[in-house]
Design a binder for this molecule. Structure first.
Ligand code: 13P
Length: 257
């Protein structure tokens, strides 16, 4: 059985005080080894939240929202994979659509970041997704295949084999818009992605790799999305900032395991 994952991407939200309060309100105590829950705070809160979770004996993990592809150097304002590892962070998002659109990251930069993270032994949550125009033009499968191209063809299979790659399909038109992909649209795309990985790098790895859905996931639609055979959980934005809604989403994945 594939690992099921709920990850809360807080984006540029929550001060340390607010984050601390939220962490105290989250409930996740499942003994099911197949379920993982992560919170993804801004850089300033990472270490403190990591320590707080440890002190609480919580099974919730922390991840970073971004990283720079160099190990160190004159890159004012940036954080490297090595720095994240050093404070005990083992997972990072790479390629979020907000990084692509608001910070001009392209497939090349994203590929460099993924490569740097993986070579420093970080696990990555690799995000990709088509825009509304691309979906309307019917080229969404082609776009997704292109966004996954480097990861599939240029990265060593060992990273896939060691379970260091989590995929997150986040259609741009569904992020922060309240317009979720239907369960059929999500399943169709996730099945396409799994099939692509199976064809290009091996059925065993396709079967093992978690593929998360992200884009306006809420307690009201979480269950139907997580019931889809190829949807292995969610990358949650807005609904992860509120304890009630995030707890309900965590509960939905637990019920579908
Ligand atoms: P929303 O859940 O707010 O649509 O955000 C999704 C997202 O971008 C998670 O990374």
């Amino acid at each position: 059985m594939r690992t099921k994952i709920i990850a809360g991407n807080w984006k540029m939200n929550l001060t340390l005080t607010e984050s601390t309060k939220l962490i105290h309100q989250l409930n996740f105590s499942s003994d099911n080894e197949n379920i993982r829950v992560l919170v993804i705070p801004p850089f300033t809160n990472l270490e403190a939240i990591k320590r707080l979770l440890k002190n609480k004996n919580s099974k919730i993990e922390v991840a970073a929202q971004n990283l720079h592809h160099s190990v160190s150097g004159a890159y004012t304002g940036e954080i490297s994979a090595r720095m994240l590892k050093d404070i005990g962070v083992d997972t990072a998002i790479v390629g979020h659509s907000e990084r692509r659109t608001l910070f001009a990251e392209n497939d090349e930069t994203i590929s460099l970041k993924a490569s740097s993270a993986l070579s420093q032994n970080l696990e990555i949550i690799y995000c990709f997704g088509e825009s509304l125009i691309q979906r309307k033009r019917g080229i969404h499968f082609e776009i997704i295949a292109r966004q996954l191209d480097d990861l599939i063809h240029k990265f060593e299979t060992q990273y896939w084999r060691y379970g260091k790659i989590i995929l997150a399909y986040e259609p741009v038109w569904a992020i922060g818009t309240g317009q979720t992909a239907s369960k059929e649209q999500a399943q169709e795309m996730h099945q396409f992605i799994r099939h692509l990985i199976g064809k290009e790098i091996g059925e065993d790895l396709a079967t093992k790799t978690p593929i998360l859905y992200g884009g306006s996931v809420k307690p009201e639609n979480a269950t139907e999305l997580f019931q889809q055979p190829d949807v292995d959980g969610g990358l949650i934005g807005g609904a992860s900032l509120n304890a009630d809604s995030f707890n309900l989403i965590i509960q939905s994945i637990a019920e579908n395991c």
